[in-house]
Design a protein around this ligand. Structure first.
Ligand SMILES: Cc1cc2nc3c(=O)[nH]c(=O)nc-3n(C[C@H](O)[C@H](O)[C@H](O)COP(=O)(O)OP(=O)(O)OC[C@H]3O[C@@H](n4cnc5c(N)ncnc54)[C@H](O)[C@@H]3O)c2cc1C
Length: 389
């Protein structure tokens, strides 16, 4: 069948669904989203769901800050419940990295983020469950927390459908047809969507999908494990979310009595179709031990569950959000490594601005252009704390 549409969004993760919603809410008539299997089947469904602002570059901090407003008011802004829980977020930094923390907090405050370095006493008062060590420095984000990543993708898709978009599951895009350097159609096994606009938001499959269009992007899919522990509530009733740079862990509470923990570990070049999604005992032992150095009350917790998912990473661990130079109507939105969930509302918005207005205006995304690797203009800072998701 041949169908004519204003735009085709390829990929039903939190990025594709947010882009679709933002396009249709700005008046695009009938965009179509094609999803290979089900919504959230990629990184989104395995995300830790942490929402925090601590970044070392302005572009990521600004995207996170813009997005927080949507997460806090999702029902009002978009519609639906994405389970946002405000827990506060504490960042722990060893004394020898204090310059980095100061740099990052100043940068974040410049963006407008509600964050500050706090005293040892205030850190203890806010979160008595956390152990403290000599020379450590603490930062606190009172408005951060977590939400449900799959639920967010579903909420965006639901609202987009209500506004006129079409969402097709079990429908992989097989190619983007390009004629005379312009997008003319997107095809699936059965149908051909005639369109002048296509957005590739295929997460860990992006390198392969873009290669099929003849575009080589420096993307790597890497495997990351997380697990959940059931706390003994008498020993450890509650703790905020946090990132512990000394012990290399990030963590957050889940529900009434669980703690989710990860450490941003990576294994190179995982294949999105064949990687091992199960947890490993070596990782569990190692990360549980490190977590208990910060949260001593977690030592007596019970293992609940664990799993692995994929980050899609660029060489500077920043995403690519851009129109593809030389191919009119082709857009790319990928490479979010461990940050994409918290950035998704603002990313959908800037993508819609880029596509409909010709440039993003809410946040300056020049630093995320796809040719930056060739130009040697990577987003590298010596103050990047890589542990945090
Ligand atoms: C273990 C883990 C923990 C994380 N923790 C956090 C966190 O705490 N906070 C945070 O902000 N971020 C976190 N992230 C990162 C975040 O989850 C991702 O950056 C985000 O989900 C990426 O969304 P996406 O839409 O780009 O990709 P995906 O969710 O992978 O979506 C891509 C979609 O494209 C589909 N697709 C692929 N090929 C095709 C095709 N040819 N046609 C149609 N569809 C196709 C796939 O099926 C998939 O559904 C974590 C990630 C992992 C793995």
């Amino acid at each position: 069948m041949t169908i004519t549409t204003d735009a085709v969004v390829i990929g039903g993760g939190v990025m594709g669904t947010s882009i679709l919603y933002n396009l249709v809410s700005r008046g695009m008539q009938n965009p179509v989203l094609l999803e290979r299997t089900t919504l959230g089947a990629g990184s989104t469904g395995r995300s830790s769901g942490a929402i925090r602002m601590h970044y070392s570059t302005e572009v990521n901090a600004a995207l996170a800050w813009e997005s927080l407003n949507t997460y806090e008011n999702f029902d009002e802004v978009v519609g639906g419940d994405v389970g946002f829980v405000k827990t506060g977020y504490m960042v722990f930094v060893p004394g020898d990295a204090v310059d980095g923390l100061r740099h990052n907090i100043a940068l974040q405050r410049g963006v407008g983020i509600d964050t500050q370095i706090i005293s040892r006493e205030d850190a203890h008062e806010l979160a008595p469950a956390f152990a403290q060590y000599d020379d450590e420095v603490f930062a606190w984000e009172p408005r951060s927390g977590h939400a449900d990543p799959s639920g967010t993708g579903t909420a965006y898709a639901t609202r987009a459908r209500e506004l006129g978009a079409t969402v097709l599951l079990e429908t992989p895009a097989t190619s983007v047809e390009i004629e005379n350097d312009r997008v003319v159609a997107v095809t699936t096994a059965k149908d051909r969507y005639i369109t002048d606009t296509a957005v590739v938001a295929t997460g860990p499959w992006s390198k392969r999908f873009m290669a099929g269009i003849g575009i080589d992007l420096p993307l790597e899919a890497t495997r990351h494990e997380v697990f959940l522990l059931k706390r003994n509530l008498e020993e450890l009733p509650f703790h905020p979310g946090g990132a512990d740079m000394g012990n290399m862990t990030y963590f957050r509470p889940e529900g009434a009595d669980l703690t989710l923990v990860g450490n941003g570990n990576r294994e190179e070049n995982a294949d999105p179709d064949t990687y091992n999604p199960r947890p490993s005992m070596g990782y569990l032992e190692d990360v549980w031990l490190r977590l208990s150095k910060r949260l001593p009350g977690i030592a007596g917790a019970e293992y609940f569950t664990g799993y692995a998912g994929l980050y899609t990473s660029t060489p500077d661990l920043h995403p690519v959000i851009d129109k593809v130079d030389g191919i009119e109507g082709l857009y790319i939105c990928t490479g979010f490594s461990g940050h994409g969930f918290k950035l998704a509302p603002a990313v959908g918005n800037v993508m819609a601005e880029l596509m409909l207005d010709g440039a993003a205006s809410t946040v300056n995304i020049r630093a995320l252009k796809m040719d930056r690797f060739k130009r040697g203009e990577m987003n590298t800072t010596s103050y990047d704390f890589k542990v945090i998701a």
